[in-house]
Design a binder for this molecule. Structure first.
Ligand code: GDP
Length: 318
């Protein structure tokens, strides 16, 4: 007989700072089993939504220095007395069984810090599921008192759009000399970015770095303004040498002051909640439809797949 999970006991352990309970709840939220998901929701339900947290998305191509940067930023924030949760989303993990984010020892110092909680999150091949599962992980971390949530994704496409739907601020890491041709995926990510952190400046010549800043400023002009009215900022620095981290954080604080002031912070969160509800609806419909398909398999009466689908839907409408 499997042990019964008591959501109220888990919630109270989370409230008391028990990390194991927090990890357990996030695992429940990530499970593909419906009863686990509902348990996770019951746990979340025990908490009031957090009104003052900072949810920050951090992205950039593999090798740009994300984990080094996040470790530097995370350590800085814990020194300021904040509690920091790092949720690393890895869209590659289902493809290779290995993962872009998880294959090396990452953030060793931060992992030892009592005020930091690091959680890699595989997506099980369900990219669409990123938003809901990470959304729940965010709520659970906030319940555990982590009011600074850093959500890391690999800057390769779709996962950024989704993570943008669950964060308040978007930081894009890039290398000097790669900012002047805004096309395709890069343009899409740059449009979402609030702050561009040009990383590894310690390893590049000064002239190249200056040119990079000018080029970036030029290309940013052509992007549509942000709904928050925030003007995108570029910061030069190095995660490895802890350069630019203080300037970055001052900019983050300014950003949050501005979006609290003009109400974008709460408006955006309300909008995100609706999008999240939409995700839940689609998930529920998909689940129900799969169940129905199991009970009433498709009648192979036609040679046309589309007509077969239409016929099945007509027969199985509620
Ligand atoms: P990620 O794949 O984006 O998470 O990148 P990592 O943080 O793992 O860094 C990739 C490589 O770049 C590692 O060898 C780091 O030591 C190095 N690196 C990271 N940040 C910096 C930096 O600011 N300057 C220099 N010179 N190297 C860095």
């Amino acid at each position: 007989m499997p042990r019964k999970i008591d959501p109220i006991a888990i919630a109270s352990a989370i409230k008391n700072g028990n990390r194991l309970a927090l990890s357990r709840a996030i695992t429940l939220a990530e499970s593909t089993k419906l009863e686990h998901l509902e348990l996770a929701q019951e746990i979340i339900h025990q908490f009031e939504p957090h009104q003052h947290s900072k949810r920050i998305a951090i992205t950039g191509i593999p090798g740009v220095g994300k984990s080094t940067f996040i470790e530097a930023l995370g350590l800085y924030l814990t020194q300021l007395g904040h509690k920091v949760a790092i949720l690393a989303i890895d869209p590659s993990s289902h493809l290779s069984k290995g993962s872009i984010l998880g294959d090396k020892t990452r953030m060793e110092e931060l992992a030892k810090n009592d005020h930091a909680y690091i959680r890699p999150s595989a997506t099980n091949g369900n990219l669409g599921g990123i938003t809901s599962r990470t959304y729940e992980a965010i709520l659970l971390c906030e319940a555990a008192g982590y009011d600074h949530i850093l959500i890391e994704t690999v800057g390769v496409g779709q996962s950024e759009t989704l993570v943008n739907q669950i964060s308040d601020l978007f930081i894009f890491l890039q290398l000097p000399g790669s900012g002047d041709d805004l096309q395709g995926i890069k343009r899409g990510i740059m449009e979402m970015a609030d702050i561009i952190f040009v990383n590894k400046v310690d390893a590049f010549q000064e002239k190249l770095i200056k040119d990079a800043k000018v080029d970036l400023a030029r290309s940013l002009q052509f992007l549509p303004p942000k709904k928050s009215n925030w003007k995108r900022k570029t910061i030069l620095g190095s995660g490895l040498k802890e350069k630019g981290i203080i300037e970055l954080w001052e900019t983050v604080e300014k950003y949050f002051a501005q979006i609290q002031e003009n109400n974008y912070y709460s408006e955006n969160r309300t909008l995100q909640q609706s999008l999240q509800a939409e995700t839940y609806i689609l998930e529920m419909i998909e689940r129900q439809t799969k169940e129905k398909l199991k009970c009433n398999p498709i009648n192979k009466t036609s040679s046309n797949a589309y007509l077969m689908a239409k016929e099945w839907l007509k027969e199985n409408q509620n």
